[in-house]
Ligand binder design. Structure first.
Ligand code: TXA
Ligand code: MG
Length: 352
């Protein structure tokens, strides 16, 4: 890999000196993992085709899945699109810097590789001082997917990035846990309509308040709203099953049951004890969706490290950040969990 810090590849504190060094790595075509308010990103110079090709390779990402380009100002964003309608300006005013990605027709500055050959480009201005300083000092827009292996759980800490991509990165800038914890909301700004392609850190309700009508694309596995919006994604190694309901039932586990091994519970709210599960992770004792989103991916990673037979997740209400949480849980899940006579039954989703 390129860059002076390649030998010391690993987590470094994102102080002014390291941000400067990391910006140098980006300028020279290297890869830098950096913090944003949503999740950690894996960044490369968006105008450097070679660097972007390396990024796809390191992440193990298929070339048909377009990347988000990160900028440090609204003006810089407008410089990447063919045009910038009034509505887009209003959205940028209301939500930038922040977890809103806007998709519009692109001009020639961004290579086709970044956009997977699409005529549009997704752009966002992250609300994180380290990310903004990195972009400014690199002097280029930074293409960055979440800094995990393709299809896996997004990283909300530098250590999570290291677990996934350790030896393959020039530098990982550490600024502590990501504040929002779930990826940006991706919105396509079409001629007369706004279409939410991926629910995320800005609730759809908040966008409606600014923009009026907003359509939410259905995440129908058979018909992805955009290339890369695959049905199974965000998935841990341990199979995850989605339970019906906001709270857990009490279950019996054990050798005579329908499941035999150790089972984990990922609970949105407080757990009803004794739950019967081997280990539980509570996303929010208050049942708060913002807190739950911030803790979601770390909780999944912790359960995933336990060597469980399976993990079972309760659902969240589908408003506010709950829409994004449920989108991720559905995509991470292998099937549904039911309770029959106190015993858990795990049913795999049939694969098309
Ligand atoms: O919060 C985030 O968005 C994080 C941080 C690092 O900024 N990034 C992130 O990137 O989640 P990634 O690559 O994991 O997800 C990018 C999403 C994909 O669902 C992709 O399909 C969509 O954005 N996307 C990118 N360009 C697009 C385009 N031109 N049209 C439609 N969807 C696009
Ligand atoms: Mg991702």
């Amino acid at each position: 890999m390129s860059g002076d810090v390649a030998q010391t590849s690993g987590v470094v504190l994102a102080d002014a000196a390291m941000i400067k060094e990391a910006a140098g790595v980006i300028k020279r075509g290297g890869l830098v993992a950096f913090p944003t308010e949503t999740v950690y990103g894996l960044g490369a110079d968006a105008t450097n085709t070679h660097a972007v090709a390396t990024l796809f390779q390191v992440k193990g990402r298929p070339k048909f899945d377009p990347l988000i380009v990160h900028v440090a100002s609204k003006e810089e964003a407008c410089g990447l699109w063919a045009h910038c309608p009034d509505m887009t300006h209003r959205l940028m005013e209301a939500f930038w810097p922040g977890p809103l990605t806007l998709v519009l027709p692109k001009n020639e500055r961004i290579p086709d590789l970044v956009t997977a050959g699409l005529s549009t480009v997704a752009v966002r201005m992250p609300d994180h001082p380290v990310a903004l300083e990195l972009i400014r000092q690199a002097g280029c827009p930074i293409a960055a997917p979440s800094a995990n292996r393709f299809g896996g759980v997004s990283p909300t800490t530098a250590q999570a990035v290291e677990e996934d991509l350790r030896t393959r990165l020039d530098v990982i800038l550490d600024a502590g846990p990501a504040r929002i914890g779930i990826e940006s909301t991706v919105v396509a700004c079409e001629r007369d309509t706004l279409v939410v392609l991926r629910p995320g850190g800005i609730p759809v309700e908040a966008i409606r308040e600014v923009a009026g009508t907003v359509t939410v694309a259905h995440t129908n596995p058979a018909q992805p709203a955009a290339p890369g919006m695959l049905a199974r994604h965000y998935a841990p190694r341990t199979p995850l099953y989605l339970l019906d309901g906001l709270t857990n039932p009490r279950v019996r586990l054990g050798p005579v049951g329908m499941t035999t091994g150790r089972m984990g519970l990922l609970s949105f709210g407080p757990v009803i004890e004794p739950s019967g599960f081997t280990i539980t992770e509570v996303l929010s004792h208050q049942g708060d969706l913002v807190e739950a989103a911030a803790r979601l991916f770390q909780a999944i990673r912790r359960l995933d490290a336990e060597g469980l037979e399976a993990m079972v997740a309760t659902q969240t209400p589908e408003h506010g950040l709950g829409l994004a949480i449920m989108d991720r849980l559905r995509k991470a899940s292998q099937g549904i969990a039911l309770v029959a006579e106190g015993r858990l039954v795990l049913i795999d989703r049939s694969t098309p």
